[in-house]
Design a protein around this ligand. Structure first.
Ligand code: ATP
Length: 346
């Protein structure tokens, strides 16, 4: 199921200094649940299971998987918030659980659904507090603040209390806070969730620039396939706590045989468009037709053929969402997903 040359779930990546090292890591949670008047059940949830991968310095890697797959648990272990139940973990040569404070100076974290900014204070005050908390040298703080604020267009918002910011502004504000201390690695959890198209583009442009110019290593968790497409040359898929794919996004489409959709507006209502084996019509509504074609193939030849053979008004390409791509890969026959690996003891 995984696209690997050695069958271990690991793929080759650009040669470079290994920056994140995850070796046979596992995390088991013990959960107690009341099942009757006096009866309690103890359950072990294996959230991360023999997980191994490495990330080189300067890589930008997408980390995706279905709900409950173990993504957040992995990130929490990489930041030192959670201690692994087994295996070996290193970030910049540091054991996160043992030296969490030392590691904090090397990493930045952005959670799309939560803010690390002080809600009632003006944005600039959160940055001043970060300055002190991380003991960032004054000159460096000022230089970083000016550069980041300019790049993320936050100049006019520095005196606005965080609670008055829009989601997109707040997200950009959070990214600045995570980068003021010049971390070598940035963990991003859903950085574009709920953002409009323009804000998404701003955040993605910025991240690309950050990675190119400063060589910041980025681990990105997202449900938005375009985040991955536009930012990451490599994607890792986790399911039931295990790495099931590690390679380029295009390869993921191939493994899962997922499909993209071409939405075609014709000048008038016509019989289903016939593109032979290249695409199949999945829906017709008046002059609008939907054609499915393999996501791993370019849309260009198909578009050219339709334009040449049919009275075309307009068309657009719809990408499959991440859940669909992963489901196509994990459950090719349409099987129902299993719950996370559990062991129950009475
Ligand atoms: N503190 C905890 N105690 C018990 N079980 C937990 C705890 N944290 C996570 N789990 C369980 O571990 C599994 C993995 O959870 P995790 O939050 O890492 O998944 P995820 O891939 O980040 O999911 P999502 O996309 O929904 O955020 C789930 O079954 C979850 O219920």
């Amino acid at each position: 199921m995984s696209d690997t040359s050695d069958g271990t779930g690991r793929a080759s990546h650009p040669a470079g200094e290994v920056f994140i090292e995850v070796d046979e890591v596992e995390k088991v949670f013990e959960v107690r649940r009341k099942t009757g008047f006096l009866k309690r059940e103890r359950r072990q949830v294996r959230a991360v299971d023999a997980l191994s991968f490495t990330v080189a310095r300067g890589e930008m890697v997408g980390y995706i998987g279905p709900n409950g797959a173990g993504k957040s648990t992995t990130i929490k272990m990489l930041t030192g918030i959670l201690t692994p139940s087994g295996g070996r973990l290193r970030v910049a040569g540091i054991d996160p659980a043992r030296e969490r404070t030392r590691l904090a100076h090397r990493i930045g974290v952005v959670f799309g659904q939560r803010t690390t900014l002080w809600w009632d204070l003006p944005l600039i005050d959160s940055y001043r507090l970060t300055h002190r908390m991380y003991r960032i040298p004054d000159a460096r703080y000022r230089e970083n603040l000016d550069r980041l604020v300019e790049l993320l267009s936050l100049e006019s918002l520095l005196d606005v209390p965080v609670r008055q910011l829009s989601l997109g502004q707040r997200m950009r504000g959070d990214i600045v806070a995570a980068l003021l201390h010049d971390p070598d690695v940035l963990y991003l959890d859903e950085p574009t969730i709920g953002l409009d198209v323009i804000s998404k583009a701003k955040v993605r442009d910025f991240l690309r620039e950050l990675n190119t110019e400063r060589g910041t290593t980025v681990l990105l968790t997202t449900h938005d396939l375009q985040d991955i497409e536009q930012l990451c040359s490599r994607v890792m898929v986790i399911d039931h706590g295990r790495l099931v794919y590690d390679g380029p996004l295009a390869g993921l489409h191939e493994v899962g045989e997922s499909e993209r959709t071409l939405v075609v507006d014709l000048e008038r209502e016509l019989p289903p468009i016939d593109m032979g084996a290249s695409a199949r019509v999945v829906k017709v509504e008046g002059p609008r037709q939907w054609l499915a074609f393999p996501a791993s193939e370019s849309a260009a030849p198909l578009v050219a053929r339709i334009a040449a053979e049919y009275p075309l008004l307009d068309l657009s390409v719809r990408e499959p969402d991440i859940e669909t791509v992963i489901a196509a890969m994990l459950y090719p026959t349409g099987d129902t997903p299993r719950p996370p690996s559990e062991r129950t003891t009475a």
